[in-house]
Design a protein. Structure first.
Lengths: 112, 117
């Protein structure tokens, strides 16, 4: 089967660093995406990894290990506006076509 | 600005009624998608379309129908056969689906929240 696991909820303090983990088991692998979604709004694209290693983009970084089926999203210098859900999505193959398989999301609460 | 517009933002359905959710994009994207989002679950794919006049069922297509008569538009109809339609519906688009477009993200609209009266 195809499965993506990420923690349901996390809390962190403003100015701190938080790491959101994602493990996956999918048929085929054509890359892993991270999205941010504020409540009741559209998911917005944060990062894409297809090769092992770390991709850095400002305060956000994303890491991938394909052999371990593992990724994490690292958020530095947390701000209150970072309170949102973070969705891990793997582009796999299902039914003969490429599709994005989403995890349930991690709800992050940043407090002062 | 280019983007994806979904309407309405909130929609209520009566028993036995079909309702249609609108999705329009001006990004010139070939591929469009419909997802359903329920609390505690990941986004689930309802239908997708790689090109005009063509669409494919996703994982949970039963009780839904779509059309793709224009590149910009991909409306979703929730039929009376869908017994549990209450959910947040998200439309997305991307330049393409696979191959050279594998690294291209999907762009999402702001969603339509559908409830039962």
């Amino acid at each position: 089967g195809q499965n993506i696991d990420q923690p349901t909820e996390m809390t962190a303090t403003e100015g701190a660093i938080v790491q959101i983990n994602c493990t996956y088991q999918t048929s085929g692998f054509n890359g892993l995406f991270w999205y941010q979604q504020h409540a009741g709004e559209a998911p917005t694209f944060l990062s894409y990894n297809v090769l092992d290693g770390l991709e850095e983009k400002g305060r956000f970084s994303s890491f991938l290990s394909r052999s371990k089926g593992y990724s994490y999203l690292l958020l530095k210098e947390l701000q209150m506006k970072d309170s949102a859900s973070y969705l891990c999505a793997v582009k796999g193959v299902s039914g003969g076509y490429n599709k994005l398989i989403f995890g349930a999301g991690t709800r992050l609460a940043v407090h002062p | 600005d280019g983007g994806i517009t979904q309407s309405p933002k909130y929609l209520f359905r009566k028993e036995g009624q079909n309702v249609t959710l609108s999705c329009e994009q001006n990004l010139n994207h070939d591929a469009m998608y419909w997802y359903r989002q329920d609390p505690g679950q990941g986004l689930r794919l309802i239908y997708y379309s790689q090109i005009v006049n063509d669409f494919q069922k996703g994982d949970i297509a039963e009780g839904y129908s779509v059309s793709r008569e224009k590149k910009e538009s991909f409306p979703l109809t929730v039929t009376s056969a869908q017994k549990n339609p209450t959910a947040f519906y998200l439309c997305a688009s991307s330049i393409g689906v696979g191959g050279e477009y594998s690294n291209q993200p999907q762009h999402f609209g702001d969603g339509t929240r559908l409830s039962i009266l």
